[in-house]
Write a protein that binds this ligand. Structure first.
Ligand SMILES: NC(=O)c1ccc[n+]([C@@H]2O[C@H](COP(=O)([O-])OP(=O)(O)OC[C@H]3O[C@@H](n4cnc5c(N)ncnc54)[C@H](OP(=O)(O)O)[C@@H]3O)[C@@H](O)[C@H]2O)c1
Ligand SMILES: *[C@@H]1O[C@H](CO)[C@@H](O)[C@H](O)[C@H]1NC(C)=O
Length: 310
C-alpha cells in the first residue's frame, strides 16, 4: 500500500465510525424523547416480564398504568417504583387498574378507567399471558378456550377498546408480547402456540389497517425467559402445572428482555424476535424446509413421551 492510501484510510475509517456513532446517538435521543412522558399501559405487570417492563419504562420517565388481576401485587409494585430513585429523568406516579382478561365486560370497564388515568394512552403493552402443558388428546376444550381468552381474546378486546381514542388523536402504539411459539409450534404446547400464532396474525393485520392513522404496531417474540410462566401454566385438566421447567429456568433474564423491549418500542420496530440462534433458525427451517422441521418436532414429541413414561 503506498503512502497516500495508507494515510487516507485511517481518517476515512474514523470518519465513518464517527458518523455511525452520531447516528446511533441521535437514534437513542429520539427513542428517549418518544418514551419520556408517554402514557404506557402494561398488562401482566404483577410478575415476570411485565414487572421488569414496568421498571424500565418508569425509569425512562413514562406515565404508567399498571394492570393485572392482583390489586395487592400492583400496589406493591407501584410503591416500589415510587421509592426507586435510580434515574435522572422526571418520573411519574403510576396508576393501577385491576381486571381479568378472560372477562370481556370487565375489559370494557377497565379500558374506561385506563383512559381516565391520564386522559389518553400512547402505548399499550399487551404482555399478560398464561402458558399450557399437555397432550391434545387429554386436554379439555375448556382449557383451550381459557388459554385463548387470556392470550388472544383479552388483548384483542382491550386493544379494540383503546383504539378509538388513539385514532381520534392520530397517535398510538400497540405492542403485543407474543413468543417464538407464535411462529413455530412445539409438541405439548398446542393451546399456547395456537394463541400466540393467532396473536401474530391479528396484530399483523392491525398494523396494516392502522397505518392510515399513524398508529404503530410492534409484535415481540421472545424465546425462553426466566419467569414463573411455566409454574403458572395450566395443564390438560385446567389445574396449575406448578413446575419451573429447566428450559424456563435457563432462559434469559427478564430484566434484559425488558430492556430489549424498551428499545424495540422506542425505535418503533414492527416485528422483533428476541431469541438465541437455535430458535431463530427453527423459524427459517419451518418456512424453508418444513418437512425437516416436522420430523424434528415428531422426534422431540417421541423423546418427551419416553421421558415422561420412564
Ligand atoms: N417466560 C417465558 O419463557 C416467555 C417466553 C416467550 C413469551 N413470554 C410471554 O411473556 C408474557 C409475560 O409472561 P411471564 O413470563 O412474565 O409470566 P408470568 O410471570 O406468569 O406473568 C404473567 C402475567 O400475566 C398476568 N395474567 C395472567 N392471566 C391473566 C388474566 N386472566 N387476566 C389478567 N392478567 C393475567 C399475571 O398477572 P396476575 O396473576 O396478577 O393476574 C402476570 O402478571 C406472556 O405473554 C408470555 O406468553 C414468556
Ligand atoms: C416466582 O414466584 C415466587 C412466589 O411468588 C417468587 O418468590 C419468585 O421470585 C418468582 N420467581 C421468578 C423467577 O419470578
Amino acid at each position: 500500500m503506498d503512502f497516500i492510501t495508507s494515510t487516507a484510510i485511517l481518517p476515512l475509517l474514523f470518519g465513518c465510525l464517527g458518523i455511525f456513532g452520531l447516528f446511533r446517538l441521535l437514534q437513542w435521543m429520539r427513542m428517549k424523547a418518544y418514551l419520556r412522558n408517554a402514557v404506557v399501559v402494561i398488562t401482566g405487570a404483577t410478575s415476570g416480564l411485565g414487572k421488569e417492563c414496568a421498571k424500565v419504562f418508569y425509569a425512562t420517565g413514562a406515565k404508567l398504568v399498571l394492570c393485572g388481576r392482583n390489586q395487592e401485587a400492583l400496589e406493591e409494585l407501584k410503591q416500589e417504583l415510587i421509592a426507586s430513585q435510580a434515574t435522572k429523568v422526571q418520573t411519574h406516579k403510576p396508576y393501577t387498574v385491576t381486571f381479568d382478561l378472560t372477562d370481556p365486560e370487565a375489559i370494557v370497564g377497565a379500558a374506561a378507567k385506563i383512559l381516565q388515568c391520564f386522559g389518553y394512552v400512547d402505548i399499550l403493552v399487551n404482555n399478560a399471558g398464561i402458558s399450557y402443558r399437555g397432550t391434545i388428546m387429554d386436554t379439555t376444550v375448556d382449557v383451550d378456550k381459557r388459554v385463548m381468552e387470556t392470550n388472544y381474546f383479552g388483548p384483542v378486546a382491550l386493544t379494540k377498546a383503546l383504539l378509538p381514542s388513539m385514532i381520534k388523536r392520530r397517535q398510538g402504539h400497540i405492542v403485543a408480547i407474543s413468543s417464538i411459539q407464535g411462529k413455530i409450534s412445539i409438541p405439548f404446547r398446542s393451546a399456547y402456540a395456537a394463541s400466540k400464532h393467532a396473536t401474530q396474525a391479528f396484530f399483523d393485520c392491525l398494523r396494516a389497517e392502522m397505518e392510515q392513522y399513524e398508529i404503530e404496531v410492534t409484535v415481540i417474540s421472545p424465546g425462553y425467559i426466566h419467569t414463573n410462566l411455566s409454574v403458572n401454566a395450566i395443564t390438560a385438566d385446567g389445574s396449575r402445572y406448578g413446575v419451573m421447567d429447566k428450559t424456563t429456568a435457563q432462559g434469559r433474564s427478564p430484566v434484559e428482555v425488558a430492556q430489549d423491549i424498551l428499545a424495540a418500542v422506542g425505535k418503533k420496530k414492527k416485528d422483533v424476535v428476541l431469541a438465541d440462534l437455535l430458535p431463530s433458525l427453527a423459524i427459517y427451517l419451518r418456512t424453508l424446509a418444513p418437512g425437516l422441521f416436522f420430523s424434528l418436532m415428531a422426534s422431540r414429541a417421541k423423546k418427551e413421551r419416553k421421558a415422561k413414561n420412564s
